[in-house]
Write a protein that binds this ligand. Sequence first.
Ligand code: FMN
Length: 222
Amino acid sequence: MKVSEAVASRKTIRAFRPDPVPRATVESILALAARAPSGGNLQPWRAYVLLGEARDELVRRVAEARKTRPMGERPEYHIYPLDLTEPYKTRRFRVGEAMYATMAIPREDKPARLKFFSGNWEFFGAPVGVIFTIDRIMQQGQWSDLGMFLQTVMLLAREHGLHTCPQEAWALWHSVIREYLEVPANEMIFCGMGIGHADESHPVNSLATERAPLDEWVTVRE
Ligand SMILES: Cc1cc2nc3c(=O)[nH]c(=O)nc-3n(C[C@H](O)[C@H](O)[C@H](O)COP(=O)(O)O)c2cc1C
């Protein structure tokens, strides 16, 4: 697979088939993804891979916690800026509307939207769940390194015929995750990621997200 094919075919999958993914495949993806660059070669990423019963147990613990806090805990970092300005606000709105439109869930049907959203906390059915953390001492540069690492994981997954779902939604359960995985206090839980085989028959996976045209965000001078 060419890099351009991996980039073009990577998209966020929100319905996976249960078919298992071998542990060796996940380990080889992570090992190669660690070739991602990082300022000063700090390699500021940390990953907790959950397979089989270990994955199911996290899903169970969150389901239990949801009984008292259906929308989760206050995350340890701002997932979005508190005051999202344009054009970002509209982009966020449009992708949400487009996603729920694939399943014909209208804006007014909050319970149906919440039900779908809460699938995040089941890794949308993916057999592999990964939780990514970063040391709290790290600054913007290292968060960017972590992002590059995550994209590399997602592209390598494509080469194995796998798809991914990066999930900040897991940041809404940081203390449940911390307790279960014994994440040290110096690590902040950034996001999770489901990895597996896409369920191509699920309408949500037909979502094709937009991108702003080049002239909106590129300045070229000659
Ligand atoms: C760090 C990160 C966290 C994300 N968290 C979630 C999430 O919690 N739930 C979700 O459904 N999508 C999540 N997404 C997916 C984005 O909504 C998606 O990348 C964006 O809409 C573009 O669509 P595409 O990935 O299909 O190209 C996340 C993406 C990134 C990069």
